[in-house]
Write a protein that binds this ligand. Structure first.
Ligand SMILES: [Zn+2]
Length: 282
């Protein structure tokens, strides 16, 4: 049997190392039996495809490369799904810790006062610029985000039912990655800080309801799908995203485009609820 082509060999090697994620994820205590079975099934299937690609030799170079590409896409999709299950019930710091190989990247939490129990959080706590966002799970942060939108009484104005709002916020949460900083906790932090400014300053009096709603939503989703790299790095890497946006405001364009994509998802259809407004106004 001939050895696989060097480039393909490197790709397969990289993919092999990615399989460790599924092994580790399957031992996560927060997952259900069905979820663990699903992960194991997918992981077994990925390993089988990897082995058959490794055994395919150099004759089948082109179809093997196509298959490797589709494997990469599938692994990414399944990884995102699994990460979503894990991260929703955890804080981003816990998820980051469970995946980090190096202690030095673990963020520090230094709060002067112990954080309030989730069930004790008052609206006044949410309007505090020192609100300890990092102490709560993503699911809890989603519930707090819903509470802020409701407190601002923006739902009836935009004919947005509570179920749709919940769906939008959860999708935003799950479309964040879990790097050390640019994760959903950070998105929530900026959103909650904007809310605090609305409550504590005169800003609320100069913004109309559309502007308030758009600003809150934009704050929550402002770093969607951030991988922890800056624009210069993405450009140098010639990443897929850098090529899509032609090196112009790469990350900012991606974050905005993903947020609009969520709002336009047929399951959400946010813009259909706004007959009097247009997309650009939001
Ligand atoms: Zn940010």
């Amino acid at each position: 049997m001939q050895p696989v082509h060097k480039d393909l060999g490197q790709t397969l090697e990289k993919l092999r190392s990615k399989m460790a994620f599924f092994q580790k994820a399957a031992t996560h205590p927060g997952l259900t039996k069905e979820q663990i079975e699903w992960i194991n099934k997918k992981s077994l299937m990925f390993n089988q495809v990897l082995t058959s690609l490794q055994d395919s030799g150099s004759q089948a170079q082109e179809p093997a490369s196509v298959m490797a590409q589709s494997l990469i896409t599938n692994i990414r999709k399944v990884k995102r799904e699994v990460l979503g299950w894990i991260k929703f019930k955890s804080t981003d710091i816990e998820v980051f810790r469970s995946q980090s190989k190096s202690e030095k990247w673990i963020p520090l939490m230094n709060y002067l006062a112990p954080p309030p129990k989730f069930s004790d959080i008052q609206n006044a706590d949410l309007a505090d610029i020192n609100f300890p966002c990092m102490s709560y799970t993503n699911q809890e942060l989603c519930q707090l985000a819903e509470r802020i939108f409701k407190e601002q009484d923006l739902l009836t104005e935009f004919k947005l039912g509570p179920e749709k709002l919940e769906k939008i916020i959860k999708r935003v949460c799950l479309d964040y990655n879990v790097p050390a900083y640019h994760n959903f906790t950070h998105g929530f932090n900026v959103f909650q800080m904007f809310y605090a400014i609305l409550k504590k300053t005169e800003l609320a009096t100069v913004l109309d309801r559309t502007e308030k709603f758009a600003a809150l939503l934009a704050a929550l989703g402002h770093d969607l799908n951030h991988r922890g790299y800056n624009n210069a790095y993405e450009a140098k890497l010639q990443s897929k995203t850098a090529l899509v946006y032609f090196d112009t405001a790469i990350l900012e364009s991606m974050h905005a485009s993903l947020l609009i994509k969520i709002l336009k998802d047929p399951e959400i259809g946010f813009f259909d609820l706004l007959p009097d407004l247009n997309v650009s106004e939001i």
